[in-house]
Design a protein around this ligand. Structure first.
Ligand code: NAD
Length: 257
């Protein structure tokens, strides 16, 4: 029960890493506010939590919209009286996101709005709630791509995640003396719907697998485990970190055969 008596809000909790984290945080005793753009997916997470005797509510929110993010934080406090953990996890990877020469402005704008502005808005409206609760933990999802370049470009996605890293550091330093910790979770490639289209092509999959030291993608649960550590008081002196859970990709030059 590493999160007993805590209320955790998770965005993008209708799928992938967010859903796994919601199930895990609930098992560890937290009351969960499941937020997603996709109502049926979010409600499915809530019912999965109920089947394991956990407690959760669903709030539909588009994290790129200020009114929605403000309302999701208000809904958390209305449902459970406080907010202790904010996991800004929602993100998109647009199929038309490519080289800087090819990526269209609308793809850039949408990606920035969800992946970066969504984190900004989550923090903007979430921090006052954490302060009211006496402090708390914020986990902002960036990615290993914020640390290394790739010739298989995804310009908007990569730039958005770089922004999440910088924003996270700034907030972590500003609010540390008010008992708020903020860390950037940086997963390597994970087997989730986000990468399904890309990884279903054997050639594109292999082009990437060769650079991953363990020779496989992560499972969503392996990322949720790291999020749990950052959410819990076990990480009480971890703040402003670039928390890599990437199988060693960013440490590698030549991988084993
Ligand atoms: P996913 O596609 O499985 O789930 C993302 C969820 O976010 C979906 O339920 C979707 O409906 C929701 N969502 C999308 N736009 C939203 C919006 N505007 N408002 C609210 N919810 C929205 O993705 P995932 O792989 O679980 O990714 C979760 C996070 O991890 C993302 O930020 C992603 O960039 C990051 N990440 C993923 C990988 C990977 O390889 N899968 C690697 C590094 C980082």
């Amino acid at each position: 029960m590493r999160l007993s008596n805590k209320v955790a809000l998770i965005t993008g909790a209708g799928s992938g890493i967010g859903r796994e984290a919601a199930l895990l945080f609930a098992k560890e005793g937290a009351q969960i506010v499941v937020c997603d753009l996709n109502e049926s997916a979010g409600k499915e997470t809530v019912s999965q939590i109920a089947t394991q005797n956990g407690e959760a509510v669903f709030v539909r929110a588009d994290v790129s919209k200020a009114a929605d993010t403000k309302a999701m934080i208000e809904a958390a406090e209305a449902a459970y009286g406080k907010l202790n953990v904010l996991f800004n996890n929602a993100g998109i990877f647009h199929p038309a996101d490519g080289s800087v020469l090819e990526t269209e402005e609308d793809v850039w704008d949408l990606t920035m709005n969800v992946n970066l502005k969504g984190v900004f808005l989550g923090c903007k409206y979430g921090i006052p709630a954490l302060l009211r609760a006496g402090g708390g933990s914020i986990i902002n999802t960036a990615s290993f791509v914020a640390m290394v370049g790739a010739a298989t470009s995804q310009s908007a996605y990569t730039a958005s995640k770089g922004g999440v890293l910088s924003l996270t550091r700034e907030i972590a330093v500003e609010f540390a003396r008010q008992n708020i910790r903020v860390n950037a979770l940086c997963p390597g490639p994970v087997e989730t719907p986000l990468l399904a289209e890309l990884m279903s092509d054997p050639a594109r999959r292999q082009r990437r697998l060769v650079h991953i030291p363990p020779g496989r993608l992560a499972q969503a649960q392996e990322i949720a485990n790291a999020a749990l550590f950052l959410a819990s008081d076990e990480s009480s002196f971890v703040n402003g970190s670039t928390f890599l859970v990437d199988g060693g990709i960013t440490a590698a030059y030549v991988t084993a055969e």
